[in-house]
Write a protein that binds this ligand. Sequence first.
Ligand code: ADP
Ligand code: MG
Length: 386
Amino acid sequence: MIDFATLRKTFAEFSDGEPRFFRAPGRVNLIGEHTDYNDGFVLPVAIEHETIVAIAARADRLIKIYSVNENAAAQFDLDEPGAMRRGIWLDYVEGVARALMRRGVVLRGADLVVESSVPVGAGLSSSAAFEISTGLALSAISGAEIDRIALALAGQEAEHTYVGAQVGIMDQFISALGKKDHALLIDCRALTAENVPLDTSEIAVVICDTRVKHALANSEYNTRRRECEQGVALLKKALPAITALRDVSTEDFAEYQNLLPEPIRRRCRHVVTENERTLDAARCLKNGDLAAMGELMSRSHESMRDDYEISCRELDIMVEIADDCDGVLGARMTGGGFGGCTVNLVERSALDRFRRKIMQEYQKATQIEAAIYISEAADGASEIKH
Ligand code: ADP
Ligand code: MG
C-alpha cells in the first residue's frame, strides 16, 4: 500500500504548494461479463488497491504531473490542447481534463504527484483509478462540485478520445460511485447505478491473476460484438421491438433460439443468461445469500467457457483449483477473457489455505507464478483528509 509520508515528501520536491489528497479505487467485476456493450447489467466492486493524487493549484495554466509508478514527469497547458493519442500516460490526464472542461468545469493549473497500488495492465482498471482520481482532484482544487456520474463519463470520454480505447462505462462508474461494503449494479443502457450490500466481514473478494494474456483477446472481442449484433438482427424477425440482447428474456430466447445459427446461438445464450444471472446476483446480495451468489458465479464461468468461448486453459485451471477448495463460495474468470484474472468469494477462515493451494497447484499445472489480491468492497473516489 502507499506510504503517505513518502508521497508528501515526493510532492514537496516537485511543488511549492500545500497539497490536498484524493484517491480513487481499481475494481473487479463480480458478475455480468460482455453484457455492457449489449446494453445490459454489470456488478463490480471497488477494491482496496487505489490511486492517490497529491495536488496543489498553480498560478499559471499548466498541469504538471509526476507519476511515481512511471518515475516520470510530464505537462500540458490547459489553454493549448495537446495532440490526441500520443500513446503516453499523460493522455489519460489531459483527456479527463479536456472532458471536464467540455462539461463546463473551469479548471485551474496544478501540480500533481500520483502513485497507484493498482497493478497496471492486470485488468483491475488502473486506468479508471488514474482518470477518476486526477479528475476529482483537478475539479476540487478548481472549486467545482462535480457530479459523480459526470466525472465517470469524463473518464470514459478520456479513454475514447485521448487514449483511443472504446471502453464501456463500468470501470469509471464503480471507481467514482462505489461505496464501502457494497457492490454496484450498473444499468449500462440507462447509465444508472444502484449500491447493493456486500458484507465482507466473513468473506473476502479474492482476485487471482493468471499472469497470461493471449493475443487473441482483441480480435475475438470484435468478433463477439459482431456476433451479438447479428443475433439481434435475426431475433428481430420474431421480436421486432428489441434493439439489443438486453431486451431478450430467457423465455424469449428459449422460444426463438432456432432462428439463430451456431455459434451465434451460443453467444447470444451467454449474454441473455448472464444478464439474468447478474440481476439475480444483485438480489442474492440484497438478501445476504452469498452461497447462491457463489453458485451464479460458477454458472457464469461455465457460460463464458462453453457458450461465449472466451476462457483459456490457465483461467479454467485457476477456477478448477478454486472450486476444489473448501470455503470457496464461487469462482469465475472476470474481464475480457483469454487471460487476466479470476474473481472468487472466499470465507475469511479459509483464506490462507486458499492462497497456498492456488499458488502451488497453479504453478504445478502451468509453471507460472500466480498473483493474488485480497480485498474488501472499498469506497469510491474521495478526498483524503489529513
Ligand atoms: P488496466 O486499466 O487494466 O490497468 P489499461 O491498459 O487500461 O490497463 O491502463 C493502463 C495504463 O494506464 C498504463 O499503461 C498507464 O498509461 C496508465 N496508468 C495507470 N496508472 C497510472 C499511474 N499511476 N501513473 C501513470 N500512468 C498510469
Ligand atoms: Mg483500463
